[in-house]
Design a binder for this molecule. Structure first.
Ligand code: SAM
Length: 242
């Protein structure tokens, strides 16, 4: 009996392994299953243990987000990956030069997988994953605090959220609050017909939208507006108060 179980385990493991191969995402960017060797050691190679959490590189939205990250200068930047799944986007950002990254997810297994994948890539010291509730009413995931965000509560240079339209709409204020003025927000996980609704929810906080598409799936990059109230000239202020 024990031998039968052992053979079944081996077959199952082998069938998982057969279904994942190194995936070239773009020039110089690969996702490599943990049991394979990178073909190009000079590329950004993201090593993943696939199968536990979403984010193996085979979904168009993951690839769109990775390409959006490639187009940024991430040197020294702080990154929040909301809906981190396998941690693939946070790990990619760190490998592209980000200083620190924080991942959050509603799924405890994903949080664990992301932390393990970061460790596989030698990035455990610069990545922290925390579980969140997933609703705008729920408590803050405290991700910013847990990750030692560089400035006031939740101020990150780059926010990535590859989640569905529903949570993107519900969490729009929270996601925008996490970004520094001038920071970059990458959103994906929605279809082209949903883009006008997403745009409406985000355009008071974001500008300079860049849109990319793979089939029906869309990713957008936007820059957080500087919505600080204009400084009031003290002499005008006294006139107003008079
Ligand atoms: C499409 S997967 C993206 C995974 C990975 N970031 C990628 O790009 O491949 C979405 C992830 O977001 C998580 N998720 C879904 N709704 C969420 C919410 N409201 N708050 C936080 N995470 C959420 C899911 O558990 C899942 O791991």
């Amino acid at each position: 009996m024990r031998q039968v179980e052992h053979i079944q385990d081996q077959e199952w493991l082998q069938s998982i392994r057969d279904s994942y191969q190194p995936a070239r995402i773009d020039e110089g960017l690969w996702i490599i299953p943990s049991w394979c060797q990178p073909e190009d050691s000079s590329a950004v190679n993201i090593i993943l243990e696939p199968g536990i959490a979403f984010g193996t590189g085979d979904h168009p939205t993951t690839r769109l987000c990775l390409k959006a990250l490639l187009s940024l200068d991430l040197s020294g930047k702080s990154v929040m990956d909301y809906g981190t799944g396998s941690g693939v986007l946070a790990i990619a950002a760190l490998k592209m030069g980000a200083a620190m990254a924080c991942g959050t997810d509603t799924d405890q297994l994903a949080v664990r997988a992301a932390a393990q994948n970061a460790a596989l890539n030698g990035l455990a010291g610069r990545f922290q994953a925390v579980q969140c509730e997933g609703s705008a009413e729920g408590p803050e995931p405290l991700a910013a605090l847990a990750c030692g965000a560089p400035s006031q509560s939740g101020a990150f240079d780059v926010i990535i959220a590859n989640i569905l339209q529903g949570p993107l709409l519900e969490l729009s204020s929270r996601l925008c609050d996490y970004a520094n003025s001038g920071g970059t927000i990458i959103l994906s996980g929605f279809l082209d017909e949903q883009w006008p609704t997403i745009r409406e929810a985000y355009e008071h906080e974001l500008e300079n939208f860049q849109v990319s598409q793979d089939g029906q799936w869309v990713a957008i990059t936007g820059i957080k507006r500087d919505n600080q109230p204009l400084a009031v000239n003290p002499s005008l202020q006294s006139n107003v108060n008079a």
